[in-house]
Each structure stands twice: as structure tokens, then as C-alpha cells.
Design a protein around this ligand. Structure first.
Ligand SMILES: [Zn+2]
Length: 539
């Protein structure tokens, strides 16, 4: 039998559980201008929290937040860079002014005035410090008062072979946030990352257009010895290197050597100045639950971030609102539909928790706040299923697994997908490090088995070529932009398939009583093993 009969079987299996029409309606509302791009702490937050709470209540769920409420407070600090920020590079006394948002970006770390004048530049290679792999480009190098310029991604993503960093797939130390922490620990005053499309996994336009948006951190704001971070557009970086008789490709080659050591780029300095207004406020995760029938003190969590990028910063042009229709009204709507499906269906054995996280776009802050201070014990949380789909696609033959090869949940996912006539394929671009880039990750790093997947791009109509075309257009043009807006032409067929798989997976995890873990050797396994005694094995 070919897969066509299976696809038709899938369509009939999906239909009674999940409604593409209801998902579409929730996306339409959440992505409308009245929700103002769902910026945490902005006018869109109140609307969103109210909408989600009412939708959960209407579906018959119980409040799942703190003190019998629908929410969990998340205390944040918003950092608004004021207009007039300056960033410049000087080589041999010749100064080049950069334009944040156009050929560089600039994120300040402290409130008030930041002033850095003629700080020497150090080239830090990939900026990856990993003592377990014996890599530390900063060993014995004095970074105090200096700005480190680093390459994006990890040392072997374009080496053509594995240097100990999982080959083309990105390791956590290759994320820019990890590079910032490593350089900060080594005493650097700032970090600038050389932007290349493949290494960053998105075009410069993505980071440039986000430059004037506020940064958020979990409260309280602690004074940071590291003053700023940012990106340099590739041509700016290669020009800087040329003026100091260096060349990007040969620097990359030497940075791939485990013995590589950071070195000063003689005669080159960076200056930066800006004012930042810091505002403390309280945002909210929204949580609902369905109490389990026989194992109520064990949990399966569905999560999706409700936030998008809100209104543009002071330098924004034209359309003010980044509606976040795909990212992530879609995942949020999908989660609401799953809540309805579970509320209507037979009561699951374990308690089902539905969590809409805040401030994912600002660094997974809502999920991080929850995982650091969980309402339901992490040791008794069997799994976290994260819904952050990324593109709205027509019906497909597959589901795409993000960050495969980590947890036994992947076996359950394959079984669940097969039940609705789909196969699981691996994400095609593991160098993008998606496993570290959404709300399942704060759980994974604490040992809770966590999985993320999205609608597949092997479309029933047009195959992978047609799916790739839609994904690539979205990534190049719409991701995090004002154009990520509701499209009345979307069928949400792929989203409904994804939801059907998520439903099957959650239902299995809730009812079979097992505790899937991590594959041997996966770094998150140790944290889980430390709480093994708290979990009662299924009979
Ligand atoms: Zn997202």
C-alpha cells in the first residue's frame, strides 16, 4: 500500500479531534492589530492573557496558575535603548561610524548611560569555551577592557568533519548567548559577532530589524561588567579585518584548531555610547489544567509562547506592529485546540497542563521563570511538548522533529505520527540550533524530557520542493517582521496534523504511566537521574 490511502485515513482520524477552523479563528484573533503584537508588558498582554484565560474556561478547564488563578507572574525588566546610540570602529586613527539596525546591532546590558571609548579589539575565534572538550580560546588572554569579535556558530559547523562539536549540528556553546556568557566570564567589556547567513541561520535583516526593539531580562536587573553585545554585518567585519591585514577565511581555519588562542587585532578599537531606560514590570504565563483520573500528581505539559515582538522600537518604520501570526499565534491556537480536545475526550490518567509562556522572544524568559519556580514538580513532570511551529503549511506527509537523537519521547512521537498516517523526519538544518531556541529548553536542561516538532514540509500537494519554497519565503521575509500577519488563504491543514500528532503523543504519555528518559550520553540525563526515586514506575 502506498501512502495515499494512509493520508486519507489520517484525514478521517484527525477530523473529529482537532479543528483546523477553530485554530484558524484563534490565530486570526490573536494576530489582529487589537492584540498589538502581544508584547509582554504592552497593551497586547492584558488582551492576550484575558483571551487565553477565557478560552480555557470556555473549554471547561481549571485554572492552572498560582493561587487558583489562570496565571503565574513573571517579573521582568524592560531595557529601552534611547535614540542617539553610537557605535564606531577605529583602525590606525581612522574612525568608521556604524549605524545600529543597518550594518550592526547594539544591545546594552546596563541601565543608564554606557560609555565605552576606544576599547581594543580581540579576535576570539568561535568564542566557544568548553572545558570538557578542551577548548578555551581565552585561556591566558587578558580580556579586561576589551571587545571580543567572534564568529557565529561552533567550530565544526562548516569544517566538513566533526571536531567534537557534533559536526554540522550546533551545540549549545555555539549559541550567541553562550558566547556572551563565556566572554563575560573571561572579563570582556563587550562582544560583537560577525554575521554570516549560514552560521547565524537567518539573514542580517532579521537581527538588524530587531535592533531597536527593547531587550528584556528576568528581574532584578543585576549590574553587568559586560557593557554591550551586538552583530557586525559581514562586509563591515571583512572590511575591518582587511584594514588590519587579516582575512576571514584564514581566521576561520585557525579558529578551528583546538589550540587556537584569542589575540589582539592591533591598531583596532571600538567605541560605543548609549542611554538605556530600565522599567520593571510583571508579565504572566497563562496556565490551565485537566486533573488526571488515576495519577493526578503526575503531569504532562503542553507549552506554547503567547508573546510576539509587540510594537516596533523608536527607529521602526511604517507598519508598527509585529503581529506574530505564525510565531506564535499558531502554536498558541494549537494548544487551545488541544485543551478543548482533552476536555471533551476521556479524562486522562495524568494531569494535563496547558501553559502559554510569556517572553520567549526575549530569551525564553517565561518558561525559564516557570522551570526555576515550577507550579507542578519537575520530578513528576513526565514530558514537556512544545508547540512553536514556525510556518503555516498545507497538508503534509511528515512531521519535522527538532533536535533529534536526544530523548525517548522521539520513539513515542514516531508512533503517534504513524497513528495519523505521518512519518517523522529530522529537521533539515540542525546547524541552526533550534533545540536551544524555544521553551522546551529550560525544561530539558533541568532534566525534564522535552520535545519540539513542527508541521512537515513534504506536502501532499507538491512535495518537499513546494514546502521548502513556503518555509524559505517565510524565513527570508516574514520571520519576526511586521509581515508575519494573518493570511486568510491559510488552510491550517498542516497545523491540524501537527496538533493531531501532539494529541496522540500527550494522550499516550498521560495514560501509559511510563517515564521516558534521555538517550544514553545525552547531557540532560544526569539531572533527571538525580530525581529517579521520586517517580513511581508504571505497573
Ligand atoms: Zn516562536
Amino acid at each position: 500500500m502506498g501512502f495515499l490511502p494512509l493520508v486519507f485515513a489520517a484525514a478521517t482520524a484527525v477530523a473529529p479531534i482537532v479543528s483546523a477552523e477553530r485554530i484558524r479563528e484563534d490565530v486570526r484573533v490573536l494576530a489582529s492589530d487589537e492584540f498589538a503584537g502581544r508584547g509582554p508588558g504592552e497593551a497586547g498582554e492584558d488582551r492576550t492573557v484575558e483571551y487565553l484565560s477565557k478560552a480555557f474556561a470556555a473549554a471547561g478547564l481549571e485554572p492552572g496558575g498560582v493561587d487558583g488563578l489562570w496565571s503565574q507572574p513573571v517579573h521582568l525588566v524592560r531595557l529601552d535603548r534611547q535614540s542617539g546610540a553610537r557605535l564606531s570602529l577605529t583602525v590606525d586613527g581612522q574612525t568608521q561610524s556604524l549605524t545600529p539596525g543597518d550594518n550592526a546591532t547594539l544591545v546594552l546590558r546596563n541601565a543608564g548611560r554606557t560609555e565605552v571609548e576606544d576599547a581594543p579589539i580581540v579576535f576570539g575565534g568561535y568564542g566557544v569555551v568548553d572545558s570538557s572538550r578542551g577548548w578555551d580560546p581565552y585561556r591566558g588572554v587578558d580580556l579586561s577592557g576589551k571587545i571580543v569579535v567572534v564568529l557565529a556558530n561552533d567550530p565544526d559547523f562548516e569544517a566538513g568533519h566533526d571536531l567534537g562539536f557534533e559536526g554540522r549540528r550546533m551545540v549549545l556553546a555555539g549559541r550567541i548567548g553562550s558566547k556572551f556568557e563565556a566572554a563575560s566570564r573571561a572579563g570582556a567589556l563587550g562582544v560583537l559577532v560577525i554575521h554570516e547567513d549560514a552560521a547565524a541561520s537567518y539573514p542580517f535583516m532579521q537581527v538588524g530589524s530587531g535592533d531597536a526593539l527593547p531587550a528584556f531580562v528576568l528581574a532584578p536587573l543585576k549590574p553587568s561588567p559586560m557593557q554591550f553585545t551586538g552583530w557586525l554585518r559581514r562586509d563591515v567585519a571583512t572590511d575591518l579585518l582587511a584594514r588590519t591585514s587579516l582575512e576571514l577565511d584564514s581566521l576561520k581555519r585557525s579558529a578551528r584548531e583546538p589550540s587556537f588562542s584569542a589575540f589582539a587585532i592591533g591598531r583596532a578599537t571600538v567605541s560605543a555610547s548609549a542611554d538605556v531606560r530600565a522599567t520593571e514590570f510583571t508579565s504572566h504565563n497563562v496556565l490551565a489544567r485537566i486533573k488526571g483520573s488515576s495519577r493526578p500528581d503526575e503531569y504532562v505539559i503542553y507549552g506554547a509562547h503567547w508573546d510576539a515582538n509587540g510594537r516596533n522600537g523608536p527607529d521602526g518604520k511604517g507598519d508598527e506592529i509585529r503581529n506574530g501570526a505564525v510565531d506564535n499565534a499558531t502554536g498558541t491556537a494549537e494548544m487551545l485546540e488541544l485543551a478543548r480536545a482533552f476536555a471533551k475526550g476521556p479524562r486522562p490518567a495524568r494531569t494535563m497542563v496547558f501553559a502559554a509562556w510569556t517572553a520567549e522572544e526575549k530569551g525564553l524568559l517565561g518558561a525559564e521563570a516557570y522551570a526555576a519556580n515550577p507550579i507542578y514538580p519537575l520530578a513528576k513532570t513526565a514530558a514537556v511538548i512544545n508547540l512553536d511551529p514556525h510556518v503555516v503549511l498545507p497538508a503534509a506527509r511528515n512531521i519535522e522533529l527538532i533536535g533529534g537523537g536526544r530523548t525517548e519521547l522521539e520513539l513515542r512521537l514516531a508512533e503517534s505520527a504513524a497513528k495519523v498516517g505521518l512519518r517523522v523526519t529530522l529537521e533539515p538544518n540542525p546547524e541552526a540550533g533550534w533545540y536551544f531556541r524555544s521553551d522546551h529548553f529550560p525544561f530539558a536542561k533541568r532534566g525534564v524530557p522535552a520535545i519540539a516538532f513542527r508541521a512537515g514540509r513534504d506536502l501532499v500537494d507538491g512535495g518537499t520542493a513546494a514546502g521548502n519554497a513556503i518555509v524559505e519565503t517565510y524565513n527570508a521575509r516574514d520571520y519576526h517582521q511586521t509581515t508575519d500577519a494573518f493570511d486568510p488563504g491559510w488552510t491550517f491543514a498542516g497545523t491540524a496534523q501537527e496538533a493531531a500528532v501532539a494529541y496522540e503523543l500527550g494522550r499516550t504519555l498521560a495514560n501509559d504511566g511510563g517515564w521516558p528518559g534521555w538517550y544514553p550520553g545525552v547531557e540532560y540525563g544526569a539531572a533527571r537521574i538525580s530525581s529517579d526515586a521520586e517517580r513511581i514506575p508504571a505497573k
